[in-house]
Each structure stands twice: as structure tokens, then as C-alpha cells.
Ligand binder design. Structure first.
Ligand code: SAM
Length: 278
């Protein structure tokens, strides 16, 4: 009988944030695929679980998938975990889960902590519609292009950011989204120095600059969406985006990417890109 792949959420700080069902599954499966086996070994030790671990991370996932799928097809039940929170959410596992579906293997989520959702739930910003953007680019220009493309997004925006880039990141957001936009810095959620504070982007820039503690630990930024009447990206901004893309890509791909980023029609952007290129 074919086995099952469980996708199991683990804590994002406080070790008590793991469900009873997650503990049962981790103890029952034959094998646990983990991002960092040494890191997960500490969690398993805390839970008194001896299930063997196998490393599945960004650098070896492609090579490991077929072997793991064969083991599940041969009858092993397997669990997938990451270092913290929900696997696949800015974490490895996508290839394994996709391959499991291809092989008709049942995939069962065991839900639990996720930093993005925890931050959103405590942010006090509209939560009926939101977009999860994960990590922005580490490179300044690319990050600014990404933010530019999101400037008119009306849904609440959720970002993950590394502590050493937080100041640069919020400064870029303030520049591109405007200093008046409300934002929530959610830092070290469920841990000793948990900080969740709502203010404007301009205020956040000052706070992060002046208090180096705000440049430490793990951080989620939840940013208020653009006012609904701001509509689609203004023509000048679309032109600026197209011009940047045209520096690196041919006309067709620039138009395609700009259409995905702005919601404008690809054909219209293609014509515009041709003009701009001239
Ligand atoms: N899979 C995880 C989840 O479900 O949230 C996210 C993994 S991602 C590699 C790590 C990023 O998530 C961190 O850089 C930070 O942005 C965010 N994060 C994780 N734990 C957090 C916490 N306790 N407080 C705030 N942000 C956290």
C-alpha cells in the first residue's frame, strides 16, 4: 500500500506551539524530511521522538525527491518539516509535494504556526484580502523595482525580511509607498522579545534607525494596501517599470513581466515597450 506525505507545521519560536496531532504524526511516520536535520533533531529531542531524519533543503531537494517518492510508493509514511513554521512558505518542500501529487500520493497538511499569518492576525490592518510577498530581493535596484510594481496594490502586503536589511527595506518602502502608509513590524513572534507595533512607514524608518534592537531577530512586515481609488498603476510608473525591464530583457518578455506585475494588458504593454525602446 502506498504511504502518505504529511506536511507538518512546527513552532516559530515558542516550542509549545505545536499541535497534538503534529506530535502524533511525527512519532508515527517512518521518516521525517527536514530542512536542517541538526536543527530539527533538537525539536524531536524536546518532543521525545526518535523518528529518523533525512535532509531535504534548497540545495539537494531536486536530487532527493525521486528517492523519497519511491519510499512513499513502497509504503512508507513520511513527514515533511522545515526549520520553523509551515513548510513551503518561504521554505523548501515544493518539489517534493508537487512530485507526490504527480505520483498520486496523498498529501495531508498538519496545520500550525506560520509567521506571516501570525503577524497578520495581530496587525490590525485589513485581513479580508492580502498578498504574501515573502522575501524581497537582497539587491537594492531589484528590490525597488519589486516595490514599485506593488505601489498600487490595494490588498494588505506581507513581507519577510532579514534583520540586516530591515532599515534599507523600510526606507525603500517609505520612499516608494509614501511615508504615510501604515505598517506593522512583527518581530520575534512568540519569543522573549516579541514586538508588534503599528505606525506609519515614516515613523518606522526613524524607529528602526534609532533603536538597533529593531534590527535584530526575525521580522515580518505587514503593510497597509494602497487606497482603493488609486486604481491601476499610473502610466508614468508603468513606463518607468518597462524601461527598467527593457534594460535586461527583450520587448516580449518585458511586456509579459510588466503585465504580470501591474495587471495591465500584455498587448498594450508590448506596443508601449516597442515605442519606449525606440
Ligand atoms: N516557514 C516559515 C513560516 O511558516 O513562517 C517561514 C520561514 S522563512 C525561511 C523565515 C522568515 O520567516 C524569517 O526571516 C522571518 O521573516 C519570518 N519568521 C519566522 N519566524 C518568525 C518569528 N518568530 N517572528 C517573526 N518573523 C518570523
Amino acid at each position: 500500500m502506498t504511504g502518505v506525505l504529511y506536511v507538518v507545521a512546527t513552532p516559530i519560536g515558542n516550542l509549545d506551539d505545536i499541535s497534538r496531532r503534529a506530535i502524533q504524526i511525527l512519532a508515527q511516520v517512518t521518516r521525517i524530511a527536514a530542512e536542517d536535520t541538526r536543527h530539527s533533531a533538537r525539536l524531536l529531542q524536546h518532543l521525545d521522538i526518535n523518528t529518523p531524519l533525512v535532509a531535504v533543503h534548497d540545495h539537494n531537494e531536486a536530487g532527493r525527491v525521486q528517492g523519497l517518492i519511491s519510499q512513499i510508493l513502497a509504503g512508507e509514511n513520511m513527514a515533511l518539516i522545515s526549520d520553523a513554521g509551515t513548510p513551503l512558505i518561504s521554505d523548501p518542500g515544493y518539489r517534493l509535494v508537487a512530485a507526490a501529487h504527480e505520483a498520486n500520493i496523498q498529501v495531508i497538511p498538519i496545520p500550525g504556526a506560520c509567521a506571516a499569518i501570525a503577524a497578520l492576525s495581530a496587525a490590525g490592518l485589513p485581513s479580508d484580502r492580502f498578498t504574501f510577498e515573502g522575501f524581497l530581493s537582497a539587491k537594492t535596484t531589484a528590490r525597488q523595482v519589486q516595490l514599485q510594481a506593488l505601489a498600487h496594490e490595494t490588498r494588505t502586503l506581507i513581507f519577510y525580511e532579514a534583520p540586516h536589511r530591515i532599515l534599507e527595506c523600510v526606507q525603500d518602502m517609505s520612499l516608494i509607498f509614501g511615508g504615510e502608509r501604515r505598517v506593522v513590524l512583527a518581530r520575534e513572534i512568540t519569543k522573549t522579545f516579541e514586538t508588534i507595533k503599528q505606525q506609519t512607514l515614516a515613523e518606522l524608518c526613524l524607529w528602526v534607525e534609532q533603536d538597533s534592537n529593531q534590527q535584530r531577530g526575525e521580522i515580518v512586515l505587514v503593510v497597509e494596501g494602497a487606497p482603493v481609488n488609486s486604481g491601476q498603476a499610473a502610466e508614468a510608473e508603468v513606463d518607468a517599470l518597462l524601461l527598467k525591464l527593457l534594460k535586461y530583457l527583450p520587448v516580449k518578455q518585458s511586456a509579459q513581466l510588466a503585465a504580470e506585475l501591474t495587471g495591465h494588458k500584455k498587448n498594450a504593454l508590448y506596443d508601449r515597450a516597442l515605442l519606449l525602446q525606440k
